[in-house]
Design a protein around this ligand. Sequence first.
Ligand code: SIN
Ligand code: CO
Length: 373
Amino acid sequence: MKNLSILGELSHAEFMRDYWQKKPLLIRQAIPNFTPLVSRPSLFELAGKNDVDARLITHEDQQWDMQHGPFNTLPAITKKGWTLLVQGVNLQDESVDALLRQFRFISDTRLDDLMISYATDTGGVGPHFDSYDVFLLQAHGQRRWRISAQKDLTLVPDLPLKILNNFQVEEEFILEPGDMLYLPPHYAHDGIAVGECMTYSIGFRIPSYQELGDAFLQFMADSIDLPGRYTDPERKPTKHPAKIDNSMISHISTELNKVKFTKDDITIFLGEHLSEPAHSVIFRTPVKPLTPASFEKTARKQGVLLSIKSRMLYCGEHLFINGMSFAINDDDKTILTILADTRKLDSAILANASTDIWEALYTWYQDGWLTLS
Ligand code: SIN
Ligand code: CO
């Protein structure tokens, strides 16, 4: 029996084996009878918020223009050819978060966010490619997608957005509400609204090695331990006082080469880095927090839920939440990994929670990282 899911007839394993990072896939009626989760006025309202990343893209008289939000006003919906992109809508709306979580057959280390794009007739962001995998779910109206496996990914220079210089269409589809198109990274595509439409982009994160290297060295700077100080009792007089002598360089390189990093260092770095919330995230803290005792009493009855803004990961003895790492013992690990994987703890599981877990849960509740169910 196949597990019928958002991938239509395909199982998760078949999708990962045959399509993920490899080739596009069009799934007609991935979500049958799909209706938008966010109305147009609600989306426009989100685009006006300070903690929401929104962009407005227009294409007029052959000129591309991109502006960054927040937007108090937007062009008229009767005006053709404009697009509003609202990033991270899953961080603002429970139902959008629930939709994004249907893609958790792919690890949270890779899942990024759900962006909603609204376009008036003929609107689009132009032919381009993305550096990450994307599922494009049609939510409202129709969009014509044209795609290409072309290797020439040169861009038109000096534009405010990435537009391919030489887009050569290979396939074309019109997506209706509920249809979904998966594209691997670097696959050229262009989506044009056929009448007013809304498209949901489920995007993944692919950190560059350069970004990881920069962040890792910053992380390691905090934990370097090199005792002692340079000494040179053998130093001779010099006729070239400005020259750095070889003996100093070899002496110091021996000491600096003592800086080593272990697999544990990399695990902790990666967990903290990948669980770091997006820069714009603001956690909503409880207005009148319960006391620790009444929090525990209520949680024991109702259970707890991770906030939709929280990122939680684990590996071995390490637990990560919102950029922080904790060493956990085997008993606490069982409960905390359930919280990370299912994003909730019900009363039956909480019955076995240790004092350490109650302390952590209460701190996270005060910080707005989790709530009572
Ligand atoms: C859009 O939905 O308008 C753009 C999404 C994309 O091309 O990645
Ligand atoms: Co794209």
